[in-house]
Design a protein around this ligand. Structure first.
Ligand SMILES: [Zn+2]
Length: 334
C-alpha cells in the first residue's frame, strides 16, 4: 500500500499540515460511544500518538452505539480491544492503552499530551480530568450526551473558563451518567444509590464526537477559533446553542487559590475535625475530603484544640474532585 496516498486528499485542505498531526500526542479518556468515534477520526487522520485510558469491559448493551466493538468482544477490555481495531484501520499510528482508572495513571502521561480528550459520563470523572488538565496546563476537549442532547467544550487552562468555573447543570443531574455503566461501576453506583441513567441515541456519539474530534484537530493544526464556550445540541429540533462561559476567580479548579502559596482558613477550637471538614466541603465544592497533618489523617471525632498544637497548623486537603491536594493554613480562632 502506498502510505503517501493515505493522507493525500486532506493535505489539499487550506492550512492543513500533516507534519503537525504526525507529531501530536493525544490522550483520550473514556472509549465508549463518543470516544470510539473520536479515536477513529484521529487515527484515520494520522495523529502521531494516541493513548487510550478506560477500565471498563465491553457489554452487549454497548454494541448499539460503541462502533469499534463487535459481538465477539463482549467481556473484553474496551481500551485493549479499541487499540486492536484502530491498528487495523491505520497500522502506522503509535497507539497505547491503560486498562485502569484514569486516577491510577501516572501524571506524566497527561503531562506529555498535546491535547487531552475526555469522553466521560459522570460528573465526578469530568471534574477530576478538568482539574488534571488545569494542573498539567494542557488543552482539554470535553463532551457528553444524554438522550437526544449533547454538549461540547474546549478548555485552555488559565486562559478560558474551565469545567468548574460555571457549572451549568445541577450537580444531581450531572452526577448521573450519560450512558449505561460497566459491571464494575454498576456495583459502585448501587452503593451510592444513584438512579439508573437515561441512555443516549447512537447518532449523538458521531455528532458530538465529530465536533470534539474536529476541535482536537483544530488545536493541533492551529486552525480556526476554539470552542471555548459551551456548545449545547438538541437533536429533536436539531438546534445548536452556544452558551458563553466566564472564567471565575473563585473557581475551585483554576481559580486564584492554586496560585496562592497558601490559603488561610479559620478553625474553631471547640469544633471537631468532622465539622471543619464539612465547612471545607461547602467552601471548595468537595466531595468527601480527607484532612492530613504531618503525614497523618485527622480523625473525624478529634477536637480542633487537640489537633492544633500551635496557633497556625498546615493541613492538606485531599479529595477525589481534586487532582492535587490543597494546602491550607489553619488559624485558630479566639
Ligand atoms: Zn475554572
Amino acid at each position: 500500500m502506498d502510505e503517501d496516498e493515505r493522507y493525500s486528499r486532506q493535505q489539499l485542505i487550506p492550512g492543513w499540515d500533516q507534519l503537525k498531526l504526525d507529531s501530536a500526542n493525544v490522550v483520550l479518556v473514556g472509549i465508549g460511544a463518543i470516544g470510539s468515534y473520536v479515536a477513529t477520526v484521529l487515527v484515520s487522520s494520522g495523529i502521531g500518538k494516541l493513548t487510550i485510558i478506560d477500565f471498563d469491559t465491553i457489554e452487549v448493551s454497548n454494541l448499539n452505539r460503541q462502533l469499534l466493538f463487535k459481538n465477539e468482544d463482549v467481556g473484553k477490555s474496551k481500551s485493549e480491544t479499541a487499540v486492536q481495531r484502530l491498528k487495523e484501520i491505520n497500522p502506522n499510528i503509535d497507539i497505547d492503552f491503560f486498562h485502569k482508572k484514569m486516577q491510577d495513571v501516572s501524571v506524566s502521561v497527561f503531562e506529555q499530551a498535546d491535547v487531552i480528550i475526555a469522553c466521560l459520563d459522570t460528573f465526578i470523572d469530568r471534574r477530576w480530568i478538568n482539574s488534571m488538565a488545569v494542573r498539567v496546563k494542557k488543552p482539554l476537549v470535553m463532551g457528553g450526551m444524554f438522550a437526544f442532547l449533547g454538549n461540547a467544550q474546549v478548555i485552555i487552562p488559565h486562559e478560558t473558563a474551565c469545567f468548574e468555573c460555571q457549572p451549568l447543570v445541577p450537580d444531581e443531574e450531572l452526577a448521573q451518567a450519560c450512558s449505561p455503566f460497566g459491571e464494575e461501576r454498576k456495583k459502585e453506583r448501587q452503593e451510592i444509590e444513584i438512579e439508573p441513567p437515561l441512555p443516549a441515541v447512537a447518532t449523538l456519539s458521531s455528532i458530538i464526537g465529530g465536533i470534539m474530534a474536529q476541535e482536537a484537530l483544530k488545536l493541533i493544526l492551529e486552525l480556526g477559533e476554539k470552542l471555548t464556550n459551551y456548545l449545547f445540541y438538541d437533536g429533536l429540533p436539531n438546534a445548536t446553542t452556544i452558551i458563553e462561559l466566564k472564567k471565575s476567580k473563585e473557581c475551585p479548579a483554576c481559580g486564584e487559590m492554586y496560585k496562592l502559596e497558601q490559603i488561610e482558613f479559620v478553625a474553631h477550637p471547640t469544633e471537631t475535625v468532622k465539622e471543619l471538614r464539612m465547612r471545607l466541603m461547602l467552601t471548595y465544592g468537595l466531595e468527601k475530603p480527607d484532612l492530613m497533618s504531618q503525614g497523618k489523617l485527622l480523625e473525624a471525632e478529634s477536637l480542633i484544640d487537640d489537633v492544633m498544637e500551635t496557633e497556625k497548623t498546615v493541613i492538606y486537603v485531599l479529595d477525589k474532585n481534586l487532582a492535587q491536594p490543597i494546602k491550607i493554613v489553619l488559624q485558630k480562632s479566639d
